[in-house]
Write a protein that binds this ligand. Structure first.
Ligand SMILES: Nc1ncnc2c1ncn2[C@@H]1O[C@H](COP(=O)(O)OP(=O)(O)OP(=O)(O)O)[C@@H](O)[C@H]1O
Length: 601
């Protein structure tokens, strides 16, 4: 495992230095041009009052207005595209880190929360970077320019202005900090809401069949209300930014006019200088307001970026993430467990204890045992989703821990127990692990799992769209499609987790034939609760409480392993007569509609 390298906006900004520099330069030029405008307007007034021709200054003013408009448009465009490019990079980097994250760490995250961060928080970061960054950069230049020109006119009036606006600025800075804290809370509340929505959408049929719609709607309302309250707190604080600056500037204006006029009367200051100063004071207010409201928005964006940093810090899988090439198996057993012990971090006890057994390079190896015995955990270790705490997993004699990850995954084809399919067409699902598969290979894989006729009957055949989890196919068809997908990439080791769980007796018998034929040329390891599917396996590994209890053939194990014998007997025992004959005694309301209120869900 390796930790993800530091993810920071500054780090991401490095790749966009030129555009940033261009944006800042344009902002600076736009500010300079707008600062020149009062000077030229002064010259127009002067020309008119002295009876001269104002044509020249008017033309200059027109040029300045046009140049200012073009420059600020270009500045907005440059900073806007900078924001979009930055967020594009951030999204790409985050997607790569999520895809390469270690599965156990990733699975600790609620899917809804992760989705909310990747979509909503990145959008928020985009708004921050495109509009708020543009606002801050251009307005800061205008503020600094105004202050410089005001200082040149009269330092003492500037001190009064700075005193009044400085106090307002301190209030605004304090508010901006609080906005960030509240924005973090609001983003978390929104994340909780997204998680709850995702949970409900994922279990919609359970919600409906449990009559839980009203309960879930109330729970969602509660979470939405929480997000609303924290959102309102952010808005209230953000709304306080403008009044603080407005009040500060009004007090400054009153003080400057009152004291300035007194000084004009005393002959200490010219009326022209006071007018120019007041004009700049008016000019100062708008960029100052933009600066602080943009800072407020930047703080909200930083809250979103902080949440993105948490996603980016997900520990990454080790091994080079290079395009996979087909791994060439060496001789020897396909898989060997050597004294492997393993405990899930969340769990108090070991899922596997000192497990040792081998899987030959050819043939069918079955793993059986009661629920929770550790069977699926073995597959997770072979695929290196998890690393053993002690012991080794060897693939064709090489320690899987020291092999490049893509090689381990290329060696194996895994049919998982749950959700083996994704939204997309039948073809997308089939060629997922082997996008270059040809039509003949696809047809052959479908024929092998006896799915060819079922696919022919679909409205768009291979191009029929499936819903989430493969909705649109029956459970058995989904399972066979997942097996076909695993076979299509021609792995050396096929891992089938409960691969026959959803099959009817005929299809199960057919699939058994398929498994037997593919196991002639590769290692097939299958986990099955239905022992009928594995009785012909070349070797059967019996697991109990995370330990290997016995290894042998069906005949062997029937003779010498109590647990195996019990599992077989339980499965093939006839249904006791009491279970067949004993019907539930009729209740008082038998045949009548269930009275209202009986369902207390
Ligand atoms: N992600 C996990 N986090 C914590 N504990 C887990 C996790 N997955 C499995 N376990 C625990 O590890 C043990 C072995 O689980 P495993 O899924 O390997 O059993 P199994 O034999 O495949 O069971 P089944 O036949 O019911 O699928 C169980 O006690 C289970 O509760």
């Amino acid at each position: 495992m390796r930790d993800a390298p530091v993810f920071d906006v500054r780090h991401v900004l490095r790749g966009h230095r030129r555009r940033l520099a261009a944006g800042l330069t344009l902002g600076l030029l736009a500010a300079c041009v707008s600062l020149l405008q009062p000077l030229v307007i002064g010259r127009i007034i002067q020309a008119v009052s002295s009876g001269g021709s104002p044509g020249g200054p008017i033309l200059l003013a027109a040029v300045l207005f046009a140049t200012g408009a073009v420059l600020s448009g270009l500045h907005g465009y440059t900073m806007g595209t900078l924001g979009e490019n930055l967020v594009f990079d951030i999204r790409g980097e985050l997607a790569r880190r999520v895809l390469r994250a270690r599965l156990p760490d990733l699975q600790r995250w609620a899917e809804g929360d992760l989705l909310n961060r990747l979509v909503t928080d990145t959008s928020m970061a985009r708004v921050t970077m495109s509009s708020a960054l543009a606002g801050v950069t251009s307005s800061v230049f205008s503020v600094l320019g105004c202050l410089t020109l005001m200082a040149l006119i009269d330092l003492r009036l500037l001190a009064v202005t700075a005193g009044c606006l400085g106090a307002a600025s301190v209030v605004s800075v304090v508010l901006a900090r609080r906005i960030r804290k509240q924005a973090v809370v609001n983003r978390m509340d929104t994340g909780r809401y997204a998680t709850a929505v995702d949970r409900v959408l994922g279990g919609m049929s359970t919600v409906k069949s449990s009559c839980a719609e009203a309960r879930e709607a109330d729970a969602l309302d509660g979470l939405a209300g929480q997000a609303r309250r924290s959102g309102i707190r952010v808005s209230v604080m953000a709304a306080g930014l403008s009044p603080a600056i407005n009040v500060g500037s009004q007090i400054a204006l009153t003080a400057v006019v009152a004291w300035g006029m007194a000084r004009v009367a005393a002959g200490d200051l010219s009326l022209a200088a006071l007018s120019a100063f007041i004009m700049y004071l008016f000019y100062l207010v708008s960029p100052l307001l933009t600066t602080f409201t943009s800072i407020g928005r930047l703080q909200q964006g930083r809250a979103a970026i902080d949440r993105l940093k948490e996603v980016a810090s997900l520990p990454q899988e080790s091994g080079p993430a290079v395009p996979a090439t087909r791994a060439r198996p060496r001789s020897g057993p396909a898989v060997e467990f050597e004294g492997v012990s393993f405990r899930y971090r969340e769990s108090g006890r070991n899922a596997l204890h000192e497990v040792s057994f081998g899987v030959p390079a050819r043939g069918l190896t079955a793993i059986v045992g009661p629920s929770g015995a550790g069977k699926s955990t073995l597959f997770r270790l072979v695929e290196r989703f998890y690393e053993p705490d002690s012991g080794r997993v060897l693939l064709y004699g090489a320690d899987a821990a020291s092999m490049p990850l893509h090689r381990v995954r290329r060696l194996t084809g895994h049919v998982e127990q749950d959700h083996p399919l994704m939204r997309g067409t039948v073809r997308d699902n089939l060629v997922y692990a082997c996008p270059s598969a040809g039509e003949d290979d696809i047809a052959e894989a479908l024929r092998l799992v006896r799915l060819d006729r079922a696919v022919e009957r679909l409205p768009e055949r291979l191009d029929t769209e499936l819903g989430d989890g493969g909705r649109g196919l029956s459970g058995g068809e989904r399972q066979r499609l997942a097996v076909a997908r695993a076979l299509l990439s021609r792995p050396s080791i096929v891992l089938l987790d409960e691969a026959s769980a959803n099959l009817d007796a005929d299809t199960e018998a057919e699939l058994r034939g398929v498994v037997a034929s593919i196991s002639r040329e590769r290692a097939v390891v299958t986990i099955a609760h239905r022992l009928s599917t594995v009785m012909e396996a070349d070797r059967i590994v019996v697991m109990e409480d995370g330990r290997v209890r016995a290894v042998g053939t069906h005949r062997d194990l029937m003779r010498r392993d109590d647990l195996y014998r019990r599992l077989v007997v339980q499965q093939f025992a006839p249904i006791p007569e009491t279970h067949v004959l004993a019907a539930p005694s009729p209740g008082p309301d038998e045949g009548e509609a269930r009275p209202a209120g009986t369902c207390r869900r």
